[in-house]
Design a protein. Structure first.
Length: 298
């Protein structure tokens, strides 16, 4: 059995990268939905810890089949930084989910792709053309339609998803910078750093989980592992400024999940804004498909 291959040299396959991003956000949205459910009966710090601890256990369970020395990295500082940014983003996201419905939470965090595009120019020196900027700007307009400035979403509760978006933007760029590392190495460091750091808070926030909650914790860890692995692959296949806008597809999954599980029915503005966001994503997909294929490095 062959595991996730080492990323190697950066590939230029943006359409494949977009596909992996769509898969990643679907898996991670399901994970967030489980976290929102668990925080109704368990402390927030315990839920965040479970997300990493069971993620690490899931990873360790599959490692023997792949024989990868996951502790060996050439960029330890970046691995730790990525893990820390992931903790910050997760903590703010889970906090936001306790304060706001899922669709509104994701709508606010969708400022992250714009932050990524801006940071990518400065850090990674990626070229961001007019078509990409236009698509991302349209997506941001769609987010504003959902949020509706003055509707009450811009209170203190909105600070949590804004914090999540900022940390997630840095996390995405660091993920791109680590693309030459084996995917399992990056996964291991994120899960290990997350488990160690969040374990420090457990003595102050612990409530014994029931059997159902324990099962959901295990599922949450597995979804987190699969989602992050897909995201690592996505950023290895295309520029961060191209891949990141497809996080917008998450709002559809979040709206459906929030309605079915929590009874949060998105209003007309949410669906209208989601439509604008989706249209901008489809435009970018069409733009990437029509671009001349450049030489790829395997």
């Amino acid at each position: 059995m062959s595991g996730p291959r080492a990323v190697g040299a950066l590939a230029d396959r943006p359409l494949a990268g977009i596909g992996f991003m769509v898969l990643a956000v679907a898996l991670l949205t399901a994970m967030d939905g489980i976290a929102k459910y668990l925080t109704q009966s368990l402390p927030l710090a315990e839920v965040v810890w479970a997300r990493y601890a069971f993620n690490l256990l899931a990873l360790l369970a599959v490692l023997p089949a792949w024989r990868v020395a996951v502790w060996q990295t050439r960029r330890a500082a970046l691995q730790v930084l990525r893990g820390l940014m992931m903790i910050v983003a997760t903590g703010f996201m889970f906090l936001s989910l306790t304060l706001l419905p899922m669709a509104e939470t994701y709508a606010i965090t969708y400022i992250s792709p714009l932050l990524v595009a801006i940071m990518a120019v400065a850090w990674l020196r990626e070229a961001v053309g007019v078509a990409r900027w236009s698509a991302m700007a349209a997506g941001f307009v769609g987010v504003l339609i959902v949020i509706r400035p003055g509707s009450g979403l811009f209170g203190l509760a909105a600070l949590a998803p804004i914090g999540a978006a900022s940390a997630f933007a840095v996390y995405q760029l660091v993920t791109r910078m680590l693309a030459r590392e084996h995917a399992l190495v990056t996964m291991f460091y994120s899960a290990a750093v997350g488990t160690v750091v969040t374990s420090l808070f457990l003595p102050f926030a612990w409530r014994p989980p029931g059997l159902e909650a324990l099962g959901l914790m295990v599922l949450m860890g597995g979804l987190g592992l699969a989602g992050q692995l897909a995201m690592i692959r996505a950023f290895a296949l295309g520029p961060a400024s191209t891949i990141s806008p497809f996080i917008y597809t998450q709002i559809v999954v979040a709206a459906l999940f929030g309605f079915v599980v929590f009874g949060d029915a998105p209003d007309l503005f949410t669906w209208l804004g989601a439509g604008v966001v989706a249209t901008s994503g489809l435009y970018l997909l069409r733009y990437e498909a029509r671009r001349p294929t450049r030489a790829q490095t395997a």
